[in-house]
Every structure is written in C-alpha cells, then in structure tokens.
Write a protein that binds this ligand. Structure first.
Ligand code: 3PG
Length: 305
C-alpha cells in the first residue's frame, strides 16, 4: 500500500515523521512530494499511489484520473473545497477531512492578527485593547468555538451566528447567539470569518454586509479568499478609512489593499494551520484514517457520501 503525502506547503518535519511512523506500523510505504511547483509533478506522483494525504493541494478531475490506484484522499485539515468531490465519487475514491485537528492553531492566529490591527499595525500611535470589545464569530464550527474560548480570556463580549448550528448550542458555550449574519455585523466591533467556501458562501462577504460594521470595525479572515467579494470590500475600505481588514489569505488585489495604509494586513502565505502541533494533529489523524479505512473500512470522516 503506497501513501503519497503531496503538500505544496509542507508539514513540519516532526509531523512527517509521525505520519511515517503510523504508516510504517501498518506496513505501508510512504512517498513524499513537497513544495512542488507544477501540477505535472503531482500528476506523475499520484500514478501509483493507493492513498493520498494533502493540505490545500488541488485534487481535481485530472489528478483523480491520473491516480489509477487511488482508493482514498485525506485532506489533513478542515476545508475540502480543494477536492472535486463528484470526480472523487465517480472514480470510487473516498474523500475525507480531519475536522478540528488544526482548529486551535487557526484560532490563535486570529488573535495575532487582531492585536496587530487594534494596535494600529504597530505604527507607534495609541491603539485600543480587545478587552470589552464585541467579537462576532461567523460560523460556530471547530475554529469558531476555539476563537470564542480564547476571546473570553481577552475579556471580550462574544457573539456568534451560524446558519447550521442551533442558537441553544451557541448559548450553551457562553456565547450570545444572534439571529442573522446582518445582525452579527451590526452588533460587533470585530467580525471573524469561519465559514467554509461553498456555493452559498462564495462572495457572500460583500459591501452591504461589511458596511454594517460600526465605526472602527475590523474584519478578520482566516477562512477562505473565495468568501470575500474582493472588489466590493476594497471599494468599501477606500470609502471608509475607519475600517480595517486583516487576512491570512492574500487577496488577488493585494497591492491595491496594501496601498490603504493602516487598514490592511495579509500574511504572505496562509499560516493559520502552520504550527508543528496542527501539522502533527492533522497529519497523523489523516494517516490513521487511511489505515482505518484500508484495514477496517471505517468511513467516519468521509465527505463525499
Ligand atoms: C483548513 O482548511 O484546514 C485550513 O485552511 C488550513 O489549510 P492548510 O493546510 O493549507 O494550511
């Protein structure tokens, strides 16, 4: 059984070692394709792989067609918008994610970005504290829940909206459930995005919504670029110099955003899940899920059912 780890953005060394140990124990072979620059390299590497571990690497119909022996692909992470699920199903490939495994890592980065934003990007002027501010969490999944937990340590007032999570569940976590996405933006000083990129959410963070933020509002995005209507957000930031946007996903129009001094910051490369701990948790979970599936048919985290 050959398992390919294909990561354009590599796992930490300790995570690769841990993954290999799990696969070795099962008697599987591990192949590693890191920092590849051409799709052709991935197409070549998947040819004889029985299982595949990826991160944000694109597994489209062409990759699946090239992977003649593939039985399972595991996205070591939460969002699986990078896998063509219909193509996986038609090739009889099981697709899985590893929910929750990198959630704390992403949640901590939210606060790294936020402290920087409210301290005026360290320009020397007086900023504000997070304490006492209202933090709106958009979607109360694994990352959103970790953000809520950490926000309480900052003494923030925490609000959340999730179209798929009952208000009682949100309230049980000590978070104020609001009735709609609009209400969340209206009632929060800061909104943190934790929605997946789906047909429903793509471009949904638009001018009308972000403009509901009160004066001095901050939008933080550690989710996906696709959920933002970039042109509208850029225009709004230009119109409202009081607003700030901090993101872990560099927008296509990065230079135009960066021209807005004191309003914008992007990490150069998505760093939310880039900690040794998150790499180990998600990578080893992926390896275990592969072994469990091959040996015992376990499909608990399958996403293309
Ligand atoms: C996820 O969906 O798990 C995160 O966005 C992390 O993505 P990455 O593995 O590409 O860093």
């Amino acid at each position: 059984m050959k398992v390919l780890i294909a990561t354009e953005k590599p796992f930490s060394g300790v995570a690769v070692k841990g993954i290999k140990e799990v696969l070795d124990a099962a008697g599987y072979e591990t192949a590693l394709l890191e920092k590849y620059t051409e799709k052709a390299q991935l197409l070549d590497a998947v040819k004889d792989a029985d299982a595949l571990i990826i991160r944000s690497d694109k597994v489209d119909a062409e990759v699946l067609a090239a992977a003649k022996q593939l039985k399972i692909v595991v996205r070591a992470g939460a969002g699986y918008d990078n896998i063509d699920l219909a193509a996986a199903t038609s090739h009889n490939v099981v697709a899985m994610n590893t929910p929750g495994q990198n959630a704390n890592s992403v949640a901590e980065l939210v606060f790294g970005l936020l402290v920087m934003a409210v301290r005026r990007f360290y320009d020397g002027g007086s900023g504000t504290e997070l304490k006492g501010k209202r933090l709106g969490i958009l979607a109360f999944g694994n990352v959103g829940r970790n953000v809520a937990r950490i926000a309480k340590g900052f003494d923030m007032e925490v609000l959340a909206y999730d179209a798929y999570c009952p208000a009682e569940v949100i309230e049980a976590a000590g978070v104020k459930a609001v009735a709609s996405q609009d209400a969340l933006f209206e009632q929060s000083d800061i909104v943190s995005l934790h929605i997946p990129a789906t047909a429903e959410t793509k471009q949904s963070i638009n001018r009308a919504l972000v403009n509901k933020l009160p004066k001095g509002g901050v939008l933080v995005n550690t989710a996906r670029a696709e959920v933002i209507n970039e042109a509208e957000l850029l225009a709004l930031l230009q119109e409202r110099p009081d607003l700030r946007y901090v993101t872990d996903i560099k927008p296509a129009a990065h230079d135009a955003f960066a021209a807005l001094t004191g309003q914008y910051f992007s990490t150069p490369k998505k760093m939310g899940a880039q900690t040794a701990e998150a790499n180990v948790n998600a990578g080893i979970a992926a390896a275990r899920q592969i072994v469990d599936f091959i040996e015992n048919g376990v499909t608990r985290f399958q996403v293309n059912k």
